[in-house]
Design a protein around this ligand. Structure first.
Ligand SMILES: [Zn+2]
Length: 472
C-alpha cells in the first residue's frame, strides 16, 4: 500500500514537471532569483536617495545635472561592468530665476495671490511683470472662437485632464498641447501672455511645469507662459464668470542661455556569444527643478542601473550586449536620446531591443511594446512567467521618449508600465520627491525590467526584415 502511494505521487510529480518545458522551469527559477535579489539586497533605493536628497532637481545644463552625471558614472564603475563612458551632448540651458509671482485683481487694491510656475523655455515678463485682462479657453482649437478679443490679453488655457480615462497618460496626452504649443498659438492672435492649467487630476496648490515651444516665432513675438495650480485655475475660472474684466498679474524672471556641454552616461556588459547584438535599458538623468525628480525620472535611472547590477549579483552572463543608458535632456529637448541614436546609427550598431522606464516608480503592471505582430507574439508567450509577480499588462503601444529615435529596422522598443493613478499628482511639481517613492514598488519595477531583458537575451528577438529578405 505504501509503495502504491509513493508510486502514485511519483507519477503525479513527473506529470507536473513534464507540464512545464525545461527551459520554462529554468526561466521561472531565474526570474524568482532576480526578484528575490532585488527585494532583499536591492541598490536602486539607495541610489535614488542620493540622486534626490544629496543632489536634487537636475535641470539640463545645471550644476546638479553635472553632479548626477558624475555620481552615476562612479556608481556604474563600481559595478565592475565591461565599459563605462560618457557620451558628450550639447543641451539647452534655461534658468527659472527669482520665484514667480502672480495675483488676480478684481478691483482697486483687491488682489488674491495665486500659485504659478514658469513653463520650461518661457521668456521672462517685463521687469515690472505683466498685467492684463484674461480670456479663458478650452484648448488651442478654442482660440478661433475668441480671435478678435485676444489681442493684448492673457490667454488662460483651462481644459482639464479627462478623469474618465483609466490610463492617465492618455488624459495627459489630451491636454499637453496647451502647455507645449499654447504660447505659440496665442501669440499669433496677439496675446500678451499665457497661463495654463496644471496637468494633474489632483486639485491642489502645486503648479506643474513642463516644456513648451515657440515653434518658429521670432524672438520679439515670444510671450511669457506659466502654469497655474489646478486649485487656482478653478478659482480663476469661477471668478471670471462673475467678473469678466478682472486683471491677472504675473512676473517671470526665466532666461534662455543657449547651449552647454553635457553627457549621457553609459555602462555596458559585453555579450559573451553575440556581442554585436545590443539591448538598451534606460531612463533620463535630467529632471525639472521644482522637486527632486524622484519619480521623473530618478526612478527610471536607478532601476536601469539595477538591471545590470542584478545580472552581476545573480551571476548571469548575458549572451548579448546589455547597455544602460542614462539619457540627458529628455525634459526640454530630447538631445540625449537623439544623440545616442545618431551615434548608434552612424556606427551601424545592431540594436535589437530597448526598454525605458519613465512613467514613475510605482507598482509595475507590465510593459507596452513597439513591435511587429510576430515579435509581439513571441514576447507575449513570456507573459505567464510574470504572472506570479502580478505583472499582467503586455500591450502594443508607445515605449519611451529617449529610445524613440532608435526605431529602425527590427528593433523592439518597450516601456515599463507602472500603475499610473498617482503619477500626475507629482509629475513636474514640487511634490515629485523621494518620500513619494515606495522602496518595494521601485524594486519590483527593477526586477520586472531585469526579467524581461533576461528573456530577450536568452531567446533573442525575431528578425522580421531578415525573414522577409529570405523569402524574396
Ligand atoms: Zn520623464
Amino acid at each position: 500500500m505504501k509503495l502504491y502511494i509513493f508510486a502514485f505521487f511519483g507519477l503525479f510529480l513527473t506529470l507536473n514537471l513534464n507540464a512545464q518545458a525545461p527551459e520554462t522551469k529554468e526561466d521561472s527559477l531565474k526570474i524568482r532569483e532576480i526578484y528575490s535579489a532585488a527585494l532583499v539586497n536591492g541598490k536602486a533605493y539607495n541610489w535614488l536617495d542620493h540622486l534626490s536628497n544629496k543632489i536634487g532637481g537636475r535641470l539640463s545644463g545645471s550644476l546638479n545635472a553635472q553632479k548626477a552625471v558624475e555620481y552615476t558614472k562612479t556608481q556604474l564603475e563600481e559595478l565592475g561592468l565591461d565599459k563605462v563612458w560618457l557620451q558628450p551632448v550639447m543641451v539647452p540651458k534655461w534658468t527659472r530665476g527669482a520665484r514667480e509671482h502672480a495675483y488676480i485683481q478684481t478691483g482697486p487694491g483687491m488682489t488674491t495671490e495665486v500659485s504659478i510656475t514658469a513653463l520650461g523655455g518661457s521668456v521672462a515678463t517685463a521687469t515690472g511683470g505683466l498685467k492684463a485682462n484674461v480670456i479663458e479657453v478650452q484648448g488651442i482649437e478654442d482660440l478661433e472662437n475668441y480671435k478678435d478679443e485676444i489681442k493684448g490679453k492673457i490667454v488662460f488655457y483651462n481644459r482639464p485632464m479627462n478623469p474618465e480615462l483609466i490610463q492617465t497618460f492618455e488624459a495627459y496626452g489630451g491636454c499637453v498641447d496647451q502647455r507645449y504649443s499654447g504660447a505659440e498659438a496665442a501669440a499669433k492672435y496677439g496675446a500678451a501672455g499665457v497661463i495654463v492649467r496644471s496637468l494633474s487630476h489632483k486639485i491642489d496648490e502645486n503648479p506643474h511645469t513642463g516644456s513648451m515651444s515657440y515653434g518658429d516665432l521670432p524672438n520679439n513675438k515670444r510671450i511669457p507662459a506659466a502654469a497655474i495650480s489646478t486649485k487656482d485655475a478653478e478659482y480663476l475660472s469661477g471668478i471670471l464668470k462673475l467678473k469678466k474684466d478682472l486683471e491677472f498679474y504675473f512676473k517671470l524672471s526665466s532666461e534662455n542661455h543657449g547651449e552647454v556641454q553635457s553627457y549621457n552616461v553609459i555602462g555596458e556588459i559585453t555579450g559573451s556569444e553575440f556581442p554585436e547584438e545590443i539591448m538598451v535599458v534606460g531612463g533620463h538623468l535630467d529632471s525639472w527643478d521644482l522637486g527632486d525628480g524622484s519619480h521623473d525620472d530618478g526612478a527610471g535611472v536607478v532601476q536601469s542601473m539595477e538591471v545590470l547590477r542584478l545580472f552581476k549579483e545573480t551571476v548571469y552572463k548575458p549572451k548579448r550586449t546589455i547597455r544602460v543608458v542614462l539619457f540627458m535632456n529628455e525634459e526640454n529637448g530630447l538631445r540625449g536620446g537623439n544623440k545616442y541614436a545618431d551615434v548608434a546609427h552612424s556606427k551601424n550598431e545592431n540594436h535589437i531591443f530597448a526598454l525605458e522606464s519613465d512613467a514613475g516608480g510605482f507598482t509595475p503592471r507590465g510593459f507596452s511594446f513597439e513591435a511587429d505582430d510576430a515579435q509581439f507574439a513571441q514576447i507575449e508567450s513570456w507573459k505567464p512567467l510574470f504572472e506570479p509577480y502580478l505583472i499582467h499588462y503586455f500591450e502594443k503601444g508607445g515605449s519611451g521618449a529617449d529610445i524613440g529615435p532608435l526605431k529602425k529596422g527590427d528593433i523592439v522598443l518597450a516601456g515599463l508600465r507602472p500603475d499610473s493613478q498617482r503619477y500626475f499628482d507629482h509629475h513636474h511639481a514640487a511634490t515629485d520627491t523621494f518620500e513619494h517613492v515606495n522602496k518595494r514598488e521601485l524594486e519590483l519595477g527593477a526586477a520586472t525590467m531585469t526579467s524581461l531583458i533576461y528573456l530577450v537575451d536568452k531567446y533573442g528577438i525575431k528578425r522580421i526584415n531578415l525573414e522577409k529578405d529570405q523569402k524574396l
